[in-house]
Design a binder for this molecule. Structure first.
Ligand code: NAP
Length: 254
């Protein structure tokens, strides 16, 4: 049974690893090709967009894909929507792996907003020195803010317009708590802006902000497309795939 794992996340790499060599399963991982030097999953990997929902549907049919696991980052909404449409058109099972969102802890000063534009609108209320940790995509939403100074952290440089006053910090997580605490202090940060990415790889900034008493603007996740089944963990996704194999070929369970 050929399975597509849509990747670009730690969960996707872990799932490819956890299912590698499983009898009856052939995994193909797909990356968008956004970062210059991606962490590659084990096994077959294809890189680059498919060209929209219809092209993805045609690719799935041509490659004889029998199931899809969307393990992309929680904010990768377009590929999620395209995958829901393409798999529904072909009647292929689809599972979303979605790590749990972060939750506010005692001492946190979070301001939850719906999207990047709302974060940019809210920002002026919380000070002029901003730690922008939303990755390289979406920084353009802050480009018109000329009063604030931004520390922009991303793996690769963002494309497009950037706010006039900024410093770019190129770095890939995980980040240690003591480093995050030092960074907030060194750059005299007033406010942190983050997506609600969840997971422990980039959580230390939230703990550091709590310790420093700083406000954090937390951008909510995009909604899941209707009808898509989601699980929290790689283990659940692996079990789902193994059940698929048994279902598609009961002989493989013997
Ligand atoms: P997106 O907005 O949902 O997708 C934009 C387009 O990129 C899609 O329409 C698709 O192009 C292509 N694409 C996305 N993921 C793909 C994949 N795994 N394989 C092949 N094509 C893919 O996604 P995004 O937010 O730009 O994220 C792109 C990648 O970066 C994802 O793999 C995601 O896991 C990773 N990532 C995203 C974030 C984030 O904050 N958004 C953070 C960390 C990692 P076509 O329409 O041409 O098929």
């Amino acid at each position: 049974m050929r399975v597509l794992i849509l990747g670009g996340s730690r969960e996707a790499r872990e799932l490819a690893h956890a299912t590698a060599g499983e009898r009856g399963l052939e995994i193909v991982s797909s990356l968008a090709g956004r970062v210059r030097d991606p962490h590659l999953p084990v096994g077959q990997v294809r890189i680059g967009g498919f060209g929209g929902a219809d092209a993805l549907r045609d690719w799935l049919a041509a490659e004889d894909i029998a199931a899809v696991v969307n393990a992309t980052h929680p904010f990768a909404a377009r590929i999620g929507a395209n995958t829901a449409v393409a798999t529904a058109a072909l009647g292929i099972p689809l599972l979303r792996v979605l790590r749990p969102a972060w939750s506010e802890q005692p001492g946190d000063r979070w301001i939850r907003v719906a999207d990047l534009d709302a974060a940019a609108r809210t920002l002026s209320e919380f000070g002029d020195r901003v730690f922008l940790t939303i990755g390289r995509q979406g920084v353009g939403a802050f480009a018109a803010l000329s009063r604030q100074w931004f520390l922009i952290r991303a793996i690769d440089p963002p494309d497009g317009a950037l706010p006039p006053h900024h410093e770019l910090l190129l770095a890939r997580g995980p980040f240690a708590l003591e480093d995050e605490i030092a960074l907030l202090s060194e750059y005299r940060v007033d406010v942190v802006v983050t997506k609600d990415s969840g997971g422990d790889q980039t959580e230390a900034k939230l703990v550091a902000a709590r310790a420093a008493g700083l406000p954090v603007i937390v951008i909510d996740r995009p909604a899941l497309p209707p009808g898509v089944t989601a699980v929290d963990t790689v283990e659940q996704a692996r079990d789902w795939l193994l059940r698929m194999v048994v279902h598609s070929d009961p002989e493989s369970a013997r």
